[in-house]
Design a protein around this ligand. Structure first.
Ligand code: SF4
Ligand code: F3S
Ligand code: FES
Length: 243
């Protein structure tokens, strides 16, 4: 930005390729990047594609990249950035157009996770501490920024073998729910690629709702998988049971 003007370099293109295009827009007090993008769309580039919904950091729709890092466009103030501001789509997923990427792979991963099943009928009676522990993973707004930043997907493209941090959060919610009767540890190890995560914590750093993804979801799941599969006594029992 310079003086009263914000300078944005916005990716324009699609799956075939594209390039950054320069735009300038008058700076308004408190303006967020989404305001600037929508202003540009209204006055200069009517065909500029951007996805958004709530403008309040609640829906997770406006996730994109600012200066190469995932961010919610509606939560990122223009005056937090110096100089030119580069805005592009999330890179761990296929680009549809401009700032919009195709995140549907995430919904396919979600479908593969064993759903909640219980021997009891809701409403459940639970300890308060259990309810509190279940609250954090439920805050997820499915912005998929953690998926975008994780090098296993972003750099190594392990989409076929790795569910990604968002779905470790989901698995952890299911696994620690005291009323759930399913066991997802085998799937986490074999299908969801939990072992690929080497605890870089980049996912936790970008989560807009402050979920401690690595400490509260991934590490507990890794510990349980290690207990189940690498404990010699349990290993022997599985051999005897033939599983
Ligand atoms: Fe977004 Fe956080 Fe949910 Fe990941 S865990 S999808 S970063 S809200
Ligand atoms: Fe990726 Fe998060 Fe693990 S960024 S490597 S899932 S700690
Ligand atoms: Fe809903 Fe940004 S528009 S999170």
């Amino acid at each position: 930005k310079s003086g009263g003007t914000a300078r944005l370099k916005i990716f324009r293109g699609d799956a075939e390729g594209g390039e950054e295009v320069d735009y300038e827009i008058p700076l308004v007090e408190g303006m967020v990047i989404l305001d600037a993008v929508l202003g540009i769309q209204a006055e200069q580039a009517p065909d500029l594609a951007v996805r958004w919904n709530c403008k309040a950091a609640h829906c997770g729709s406006c996730s994109a990249e600012i200066n190469g890092k995932p961010a919610l466009l509606c939560k990122s103030r223009v005056d937090e950035y110096d100089g030119d501001i580069h805005v592009g789509p999330m890179r761990a997923f296929p680009v549809i157009k401009d700032l919009v990427s195709d995140v549907s792979w995430n919904y396919e991963v979600s479908k593969g996770i064993t759903p909640f099943q219980s021997d009891e009928q809701a409403p459940f009676t639970m300890y308060e501490e259990d309810v509190e522990r279940l609250y954090e993973p439920k805050k997820c707004i499915e912005c998929f920024m953690c998926q975008d930043v994780c090098h296993v997907l972003r750099t190594h493209h392990k989409h076929a073998e790795f569910a990604g941090p968002r779905f470790f959060v989901r698995n952890q919610w299911l696994e620690m729910h005291p009323m759930d009767n399913q066991d997802r540890l085998h799937d986490l190890k074999e299908d969801n690629g939990l072992g690929y995560c080497n605890i870089t914590k980049c996912c936790t750093e970008v989560c807009p709702v402050g979920i401690k993804i690595t400490d509260n979801s991934i590490i507990p799941l890794k510990e349980r998988v290690a207990d189940e599969y690498y404990d010699p006594a349990k290993w022997l029992m599985r051999k005897i049971r033939g599983r």
